[in-house]
Design a protein around this ligand. Structure first.
Ligand SMILES: [Mg+2]
Length: 329
């Protein structure tokens, strides 16, 4: 799927996003899921396509047995969370459809209050980022997540704060800073942004802990948090847990991560890769579990590139659909 514009973060530039769609059928009903593999977590479309047949082979006959499916998948294949997420999402979509319910109701969640998604502004020249921020606000996005990791990070945020004074700003450094730079930048951004995501490399947890201790702004862990088992360690070094279906292996592990995060005093956030609505729609169904949402992954795709329609963003409304709400367009 082509992106509307090249998307740049501290680690590099992306112009395309590859997705593997999974469809599971049971009693005449079809559930849909998708994998958006990330090389950062060791997956590509080739690894997903290689692994999927082995996962399909061990799936239980009854699609309600989602826990058993995860146990079986983990037994035959280590890691490969995006491939497992595609299967997990398709199973959830299928089961909710068999019960003629929106997925959040099948999961027993309360949709009366859901957060609004942020819209991501990728790295570019400062003026270009201000232009993108302005266009996003004009299009109705009131929360912007701004990618940083340059030698002009404070200037970028000061410029955006002036250009779109009513927008709520969050920033994501994607591991670009040293702890010293991170503490200095967080202090400079105090009062301008709501929180700072992944200021330092995940391989440097003591540095992350130091930043969280000395930053006046809350710190969110993204690259530092992959699986539910990471939560206790992350709670020692950050304030917000940024979960992604493609990092943790789907809806089931994501729910486990949210509950573990809450129990350890972390706020919860659901992020995404650049993804098809086939998987973004699953994230929207989990909105009731979130303090923060960053589910704009399908908005960065070129018009017509996504084979699926999904729920409207940025307001995350899981109601009024059956299953996840992803529909082939
Ligand atoms: Mg991030």
């Amino acid at each position: 799927m082509a992106l509307a514009e090249p998307f740049e973060i501290a680690r590099g530039v992306q112009t395309e996003s590859e997705t593997v769609i999974v469809e599971l059928t049971h009693e005449g009903m079809t559930g849909v899921g998708a994998a958006a593999p990330s090389a950062h977590y060791g997956e590509t479309t080739a690894t997903v396509e290689a692994v999927l047949p082995r996962l399909f082979e061990v799936l239980p006959e009854d699609p309600h047995e989602i826990d058993a499916a995860h146990t079986a998948m983990d037994r035959v294949v280590n890691d490969n969370p995006a491939a497992k997420a595609a299967v997990d999402i398709a199973m959830h979509d299928l089961v909710a459809k068999l019960h003629n319910l929106p997925l959040y109701r099948y999961l027993g969640l309360d949709a009366t209050e859901t957060p609004t998604s942020s819209f991501t502004v990728g790295l570019a020249e400062t003026g270009e980022m201000a232009r993108k921020a302005e266009a996003a606000v004009e299009a109705g996005y009131e929360i912007l997540k701004v990618k940083l990791g340059t030698d002009r990070d404070v200037e970028i945020i000061e410029t955006l704060a002036e250009t779109v004074p009513d927008a709520r700003l969050r920033v994501d450094a994607n591991e670009a800073w040293t702890p010293k730079e991170a503490i200095r930048t967080c202090r400079a951004l105090d009062g301008l942004v709501e929180f700072v995501e992944q200021p330092v490399p995940a391989e440097h947890p003591t540095g992350m802990a130091r930043v969280t201790e000395q930053s006046p702004l809350p710190i969110a862990a993204d690259e530092s948090l992959v699986a539910p088992a990471d939560v206790p360690a992350v709670a020692e070094i950050a304030d917000v847990a940024n979960v992604k279906l493609m990092k943790c292996g789907g809806i089931r592990p994501a729910i486990a991560t949210f509950h573990a995060a809450r129990a350890h005093g972390l706020e919860t956030m659901l992020g995404c890769m650049i993804e098809s609505n086939a998987s973004i729609a699953a994230g929207v169904q989990l909105a009731p579990l979130l303090d923060y949402a960053d589910l704009d992954g399908s908005l960065l795709l070129a018009d017509g590139a996504d084979p699926f329609d999904g729920p409207p963003v940025p307001a995350l409304d899981p109601t009024g659909v059956v299953g996840t709400g992803a529909r082939r367009n």
